[in-house]
Write a protein that binds this ligand. Structure first.
Ligand code: DQA
Length: 149
């Protein structure tokens, strides 16, 4: 099964960006961990990051044709983007929204996710482990025989 992992704005700065909130792992570290687990779960992974909303929307549109599942950390677009929500609403594949930080323990403007009503589930506040848990959950949903083995 093909899985897309999409990361939004400023996540390219992971490791350097507010480490007290987001930790010391870089996005390359997160990608390497995801690739290791994906190989174990026999998932074919595409891993993206963009600071541009339209590019994220284009990847979600492409996923309609190509992906069996999607993981998205939309960064600050979480709180603002009706357009990303609308793109996700068209997907039939399961989608997990991941946040490194617990957005509900932070500033009030982060408490609302525009995407929440258009995703299968959310994982918050567990740092980079959230991406790995999302992959395990999706593998379990979509190809349970492999995920359990
Ligand atoms: C984030 C939380 C967002 O509020 C923030 O704008 C981000 C990262 C997270 O992973 O915790 O860029 O999505």
């Amino acid at each position: 099964m093909k899985v897309e992992i999409i990361n939004g704005p400023n996540l390219n700065l992971l490791g350097k960006r507010q480490p007290a909130i987001y930790g010391h792992e870089t996005l390359a570290d997160v990608e390497a961990d995801c690739r290791r687990l994906a190989a174990e779960l026999r998932l074919e992974l595409r891993f993206h990051q963009s600071n541009r909303e339209y590019e994220i929307i284009d990847w979600i549109h492409e996923a309609r044709e190509t992906a069996g599942a999607l993981v998205i950390n939309p960064g600050a677009f979480t709180h603002t983007s009706v357009a990303i929500r609308d793109a996700l609403a068209v997907l039939e594949a399961p989608v997990i929204e991941v946040h490194l930080s617990n957005i509900h323990r932070r500033e009030p403007f982060r408490h609302t996710s525009m995407l929440a009503g258009a995703v299968t589930g959310q994982i918050l506040g567990l740092g980079p482990a959230g991406y790995l848990l999302a992959l395990r959950a999706l593998a379990q949903m979509v190809q349970p025989a492999v995920a359990v083995a």
